[in-house]
Design a protein around this ligand. Structure first.
Ligand SMILES: [Zn+2]
Length: 80
């Protein structure tokens, strides 16, 4: 690792699934926070927002999938 990769896209980011649970409350996680080193934290939308400011200062990557919550589940039902 070079330390010059801050703006690099996360090539190996895995989509969050129902198996990923919030570290705070155990709800389904929609935010993955990658910490320096190899650590990562998972948060639901509620806790992701609650800790967003603090996490932004320490995280090397924040994978935010909270927009999935407001997206219709029915495929192509929303139109374009
Ligand atoms: Zn939570």
């Amino acid at each position: 690792m070079t330390g010059a990769m801050a703006a690099a896209p996360v090539a190996d980011a895995k989509p969050l699934s129902g198996h990923d649970l919030c570290d705070r409350c155990g709800a389904q996680a929609y935010v993955r926070v990658v910490l320096p080193g190899s650590g990562e934290l998972l948060f639901c939308a509620h806790h992701g927002r609650q800790h967003a400011d603090a996490l932004a200062k320490v995280a090397v990557e924040i994978q935010d999938e909270t927009d999935r919550l407001s997206r219709p589940q029915r495929a192509d039902a929303a139109g374009k």
